[in-house]
Design a protein around this ligand. Sequence first.
Ligand code: FE2
Length: 290
Amino acid sequence: MMTANVQEFYHKPTNTFSYVVSDPESDAAVIIDPVLDYDHKSGRTGTASADTIAAYIQDKGFSVDWILETHAHADHLTAAPYLKGLVGAGIAIGEGIRTVQKNFVPVFNLKDLATDGSQFDRLFAEGDSFAIGGLTARVMSTPGHTSDSVTYVIGDAAFIGDTLFSPEYGTARVDFPGGDARLLYQSIQRLFSLPPETRLFLCHDYPPESRDETPMFTVARQRAENIHIHDGVDEAAFVTMREARDATLSMPALIIPSVQVNIRAGNMPSPEDNGVSYMKVPVNMLGKAL
Ligand SMILES: [Fe+2]
């Protein structure tokens, strides 16, 4: 099997892994899930984290074919448009982004938002494939956490977004609009049917004090050890566990700004007549009653 070169970048404030995946035999590469620095207290954005990725790409002399999103994230803002400006690559996401957009239009009353995914350069469907130099990337639709979640399978590496987390942390929540525990179970079973040595790269890690953040666990390790969904856990038991757990979770700190930006492919809301972009806070729309 082809082996892709994978370099991870960990964004500590949001516990997010971004990746540069490259072809060992050419200069072709893709960027996966880059993060825009954002301070919610001040409303300031920054590009130091994205610049680290750009510097790595420049240092290696890579030619970037795509900036890939595994889904519309609810806990960080994407730096895809900033990096698109630097490296010239198109921004791609799963075609389920249309459903995510439709689900969030009423939450934020986004009357002018196109819900056809046209903010992105390419929408991937199940089974689509594309080249990264001599590597072939295959798109698996893996919904459940969100409607648009996809996994990019590149040689023996798979970039699984928010489906599985580390074995001791478990699986992604399914309580955002469009989330579905049954679909998440079925998507994870598809990941588990990949060859056991397949490297599954996480979008997040929330490590205990006893270890450093870890971007990758194999299919075999997850099937053996994932506390929510190891081999032998059936769909009904998983759904019961997942829904009970989600009922105890508070909203991610950055869901309100993240969703508004990420469903626009990372672009800020249109500036108002003073030239400033504003984000909305929907009052009493998200989360549980206090
Ligand atoms: Fe997510």
